[in-house]
Design a protein around this ligand. Structure first.
Ligand SMILES: O=c1ccn([C@@H]2O[C@H](COP(=O)(O)OP(=O)(O)O[C@H]3O[C@H](CO)[C@@H](O)[C@H](O)[C@H]3O)[C@@H](O)[C@H]2O)c(=O)[nH]1
Ligand SMILES: [Mn+2]
Length: 845
């Protein structure tokens, strides 16, 4: 949490020396605009040179070293062609600067038209302006933020996992502050581009611009002032950057800014003391030349004569290649490239402006001739700023490491360490910056030990045979166990935990839905009426209660249908009606609306209506019951429960017994063939036969005399095969799917106990031509069954007639889950899945 009374600061970030001109121009633009706030800049010392730190200190109130936070999964950076932003996550360090109350963060490529000090008064924890590339996102070049460790740790965790859709800070921050970002006006982050389209808007709002931000890889100082000489909005805006630059750093301008020190004249070479230690050299005076050095086309080299004894024309040497660059080719380790890059420019600059300090080391490298060339031009031609471009493999080996005519500098200490130590030295002179509340964890290396001076140019010669190993110069940190006996005193307060991260348990359980939810899907509102409903269902549907269930004999199809306000949900039987086989339209069966592709398709198995099979399965079930219960026949009271169970589990081979099976009303009343039942399958007792014979003929069932099974069978078979051919010809439809997969697959399951050895006497192999016989007698509409059907439809319109349970289904229970038991609503239908790719292949092939 922010320290109460903490300061307000503008803060920027510098990851490389190459952005130095941007960082300085930004600071000057704010100061020139008269800001009352202090300026801070976060720097990564491992990649910033001492000279650059000195420059920063001249204008920034606080130069704060921070740990580099790299994205170790930088793939997304390549998506936007900015692999150079591998360390943009370093911005997260802003949130741990809890010594500040509020931070207005500005990228180093921002320039202020006016000082937007009012941003510090925003009550929001986080604010940012829209990104022009995707305005639902915010751009992270301008942010108003409240440092706090909660956000810091959360974002560090994301950075650790490389969570960022663009691989850089903008992707990460947009994910983290997705819902809490307060949107700033675009005038706080105007991002011009060379292809800017909306000139009228620019003209209209021009005068209200607060901050502009040169996004993309084409920064003004990398483009050179000639690039923006036109009068497009972009040129106009870039012109504002150059105006600030010129005010403070243009070549002819001497130091005029009060915050900058006087330039000391360079020490002439004649005064050089050969004994002066070379490695303690730290630039203490910011000079505009260093800044110019990083701005394209601006560097005017000093005209100093260097005396180089034995070096003829260095310019004629082939371009030298830094060994490290050859190794890395930039794209695997772009940071190495950049580090060398920025570092070398500063070092070169340093070497050139303090030649005496390098003389002992590099006396053989200085030219005899005066340097009259325009180095900056040469530099710009020979060395495009390819750290902003996607590095091409091998491209670096084509590039000379240094401007060909600049003196080269080499160091015997490992790079990075050297620079960092010097940069830290430069920092020591800084005016006291407030310490971040939590101390920076990065271990500070021990005071810098200058490595032994060696006159070895690694770029030209092999290492001297008597030289010490390079690693001898590595900084060493020695840790010891604390011997402090005083007890640990916890800090006054730890960062507050993030708020609002719990789930509020509702005080009241959610009210059960009063009525059926409104229909959403078309098939809910246009439900085809079930064509057949069985009286039995009602009986089975009624809850198993104390009320003695009527025996089957008592309950005939003529008995009153007990109209229930709501069909009870105690068991799957209530679902069954929907799953009754549906035949293709015949004169007798009410056809579902033709719009429903499912209604015209039979969901029966070929064997469902082969009476022999049914009888056979019945026999098995009865046999099993007899065996397991020792009862000749399940008493009706028990039978209710039993049939509940039986029906639920009866989808496949647990075929319902004839008592339970709801096929009575439509198939003609069976003719008993006692010789079959009497002497057929084993285990069928006489009781069973008798029980069966007690069955009353259901009313409304067509009489046997009206039924010509053979004729019906043929008729249906014809219809069926025509239909099938049609469907198959159409190139596969949902119906095909059913036939193709569900219809034919009989899951292998163990046979019911005791029936393992029983062979079906009437086994018929599946063929699509075999179809269920259907009644032909037209429903009069006045029959008791029809009345029942009508009543049932009114009561339970949700029962779907289109799904079949007599289809062979997957063995596992697919019905409604626990919610069903609780009487909640549930889907009685499923959206058919489109055919899988495999199935399509099979259909097309
Ligand atoms: O070599 C580098 C690269 C970046 N920076 C710093 O990091 C900032 C972000 O890089 P920049 O080149 O300005 O990125 P943009 O072109 O502005 O790209 C967008 O995408 C970046 C990555 O998400 C965000 O950091 C920017 O705010 C956003 O505007 C810079 O301003 C500098 O402060 C350096 O110091 N050296
Ligand atoms: Mn930027």
């Amino acid at each position: 949490m922010a320290v109460q009374g903490g300061e307000d600061v503008y803060a920027s970030l510098l990851l490389t020396d190459t952005y130095l001109p941007g960082a300085l121009v930004l600071a000057h633009s704010l100061r020139d605009a008269g800001t009352k706030k202090k300026l801070a800049i976060l720097v990564t010392l491992d990649s910033i040179s001492a000279e650059v730190v000195t420059q920063l200190k001249a204008i920034y109130d606080y130069v704060i070293p921070v740990v580099r936070i790299r994205n170790e999964r930088p793939a997304n950076l390549y998506l936007m062609n900015r692999p150079d932003l591998h360390s943009a996550f370093t911005k997260i360090n802003l949130w741990r600067q809890t010594q500040f109350r509020k931070i207005v963060y500005l990228d180093a490529d921002v320039v202020a038209y006016r000082a937007p000090d009012e941003l510090f008064n925003l009550p929001h924890a986080f604010s940012a302006a829209p990104d022009i590339g995707w305005p639902d996102l915010f751009n992270t070049g301008v942010m108003v933020l409240t440092p706090n460790m909660g956000d810091y740790y959360a974002m560090m965790a994301m950075a650790d996992r490389g969570i960022s859709f663009d691989g850089a800070d903008q992707g990460l921050l947009n994910m983290h502050f997705k819902n809490t970002c307060n949107r700033l006006s675009f005038t706080y982050n105007v991002t011009p581009s060379a292809h800017y389209q909306y000139v009228p808007a620019y003209k209209h709002f021009q005068s209200s611009i607060n901050l502009v931000h040169f996004i993309g890889s084409e920064k003004p100082w990398l483009q050179g002032r000639d690039k923006s000489k036109g009068d497009s909005p972009f040129d106009e805006i870039a012109g504002r950057w150059w105006a600030v630059y010129d005010r403070h750093y243009r070549a002819h301008v001497r130091h005029t800014h009060p915050l900058q020190h006087e330039v000391k004249p360079l020490t002439p070479i004649s005064q050089t003391s050969e004994t002066q230690p070379t490695q303690t050299a730290t630039a203490t005076t910011p000079t505009p030349e260093l800044v110019q050095y990083f701005v394209k086309g601006e560097y005017q080299p000093p005209r100093i004569r260097y005396v180089v004894p034995h070096e003829p024309h260095r310019d004629s040497h082939p371009p030298r290649v830094h060994p490290h660059h050859q190794d890395h080719h930039g794209h695997h380790y772009p940071q190495h490239y950049e580090q060398h890059h920025g570092q070398h420019r500063a070092e070169q600059y340093h070497a050139q402006h303090h030649p005496q300090q390098h003389h002992a080391q590099h006396h053989d490298q200085y030219h005899e001739q005066p340097h009259e060339q325009d180095h900056s031009q040469r530099y710009d031609q020979s060395e495009p700023h390819h750290h902003h471009e996607k590095p091409q493999p091998g491209s670096f080996s084509q590039q000379p490491e240094h401007p060909p005519s600049l003196p080269s500098v080499s160091f015997s200490s490992p790079e990075g360490t050297h620079t960092e130590a010097r940069a830290e030295q430069a920092l020591e002179h800084q005016q006291s910056a407030p310490e971040p509340t939590p101390p920076e964890p990065e271990s500070k290396p021990e005071p810098y030990q200058p490595p032994p001076v060696q006159s070895w140019d690694a770029q030209r010669q092999p290492p001297p045979s008597d030289s010490k190993p390079e690693a001898i110069n590595f900084p060493q940190t020695h840790y010891e166990m604390s011997s402090d006996p005083t007890p640990f005193v916890p800090p006054e307060r730890y960062p507050s935990p993030p708020k609002g991260m719990w789930y509020e348990v509702p005080k009241e359980p959610p009210a059960p839905p009063r009525e059926k939810p409104k229909a959403i899907f078309p098939w809910e509102s246009h439900q085809p009426r079930p064509s057949r409903v069985f009286a039995q269902h009602e009986e089975l549907a009624s809850p198993i209660s104390e009320t003695p269930a009527p025996s089957f004999g008592e309950h005939s199809a003529t008995s009153e249908w007990p109209p229930q306000a709501e069909p009870s949900m105690t068991g799957s039987p209530t679902v069954e009606p929907k799953s009754e086989p549906q035949t293709p339209p015949t004169p007798t069966v009410r056809a579902a609306p033709p719009s429903d592709p499912w209604s015209s398709f039979p969901r029966t198995n070929a064997w469902d209506d082969v009476p022999e099979i049914n009888r056979y399965v019945d026999a098995i079930q009865k046999h099993r019951r007899t065996r397991s219960q020792g009862l000749g026949r399940t008493p009706p009271e028990l039978g209710l429960k039993e049939s509940n169970w039986g029906r639920r589990g009866s989808r496949v081979t647990d075929f319902p017994s004839e008592d339970d099976r709801p096929s009575l009303p439509v198939t003609p009343a069976p003719i008993r063939r006692p010789r079959f039942w009497g002497g057929g399958a084993p285990g069928i007792g006489l009781e069973d036969v008798e029980a069966d014979e007690r069955l009353p003929a259901a009313e409304g069932v067509p009489a046997q005399s009206d039924w010509d099974p053979l004729a019906q069978l043929q008729k249906l078979a014809k219809q069926q095969s025509e239909l099938l051919l049609q469907r198959l010809g159409a190139g596969g439809s949902l119906g095909d799917d059913v036939i193709g997969t569900e219809g034919r697959e009989i899951p292998s399951r163990p046979l019911p106990f005791g029936s393992e050895d029983v062979k079906s006497p009437t086994y018929v192999k599946y063929s699509p031509e075999v179809v269920s016989p259907r009644p032909v007698k037209p429903n009069s509409g006045t029959s008791p069954v029809q009345n029942i059907l009508d009543a049932a439809l009114e009561i339970a319109p949700k029962f779907e007639a289109t799904t079949s349970s007599s289809n062979i289904e997957r063995p596992s229970y697919q019905g409604p889950g626990a919610s069903f038991e609780k009487g909640e609503d549930y889907l009685t239908q499923e959206t058919p899945m489109p055919p899988t790719e495999e199935e399509l292949d099979a259909l097309e092939g």
